[in-house]
Design a binder for this molecule. Sequence first.
Ligand SMILES: [Zn+2]
Ligand SMILES: [Zn+2]
Length: 165
Amino acid sequence: MTTKNTQTHTCPCDPQNSYQLCCQPLHLNETAAKSPEQLMRSRYSAFVKQEYDYLIATHHPRYLNGLTANDLAHGAPQQWIGLQIIAAPTQQNNQGQVTFKAWYKTADSSKARFDAIFECSDFILENGFWFYTQGVQFDCPMPERNQHCICQSGKKYKKCCLATL
Ligand SMILES: [Zn+2]
Ligand SMILES: [Zn+2]
């Protein structure tokens, strides 16, 4: 199963932005991320757009541990829902951290549900380029029915994605 993004002009990292103006220039190597948050957003969008080579290229080689684009293509969730940046991203000199929830839809034992990668990621700046190094993952609580939807639509969860399950 592949991701079907019907709104091809919307950036996966932020439905208020167009892909052409947001993450696509990074995926095309036309520009480089200027902050850990921008790199993190572009890496989320790269998962959605299945730009696995970009994910490898922006993962610091010392931290890859043999990970390949092929591993990502087979191991990553296929149906992404949305990205929430949780903590205000920090950046000091050549290092930065971003805490985020990357929501996806999954089906185990035939029942569809949402889950998220809830992670605090570390980034370093080297030779003018930001790289993802590693992250610490946490258990992710499900949103409350009346909270903002995980897809960043601005609607309530119960009126939006929860209603699609
Ligand atoms: Zn974007
Ligand atoms: Zn939604």
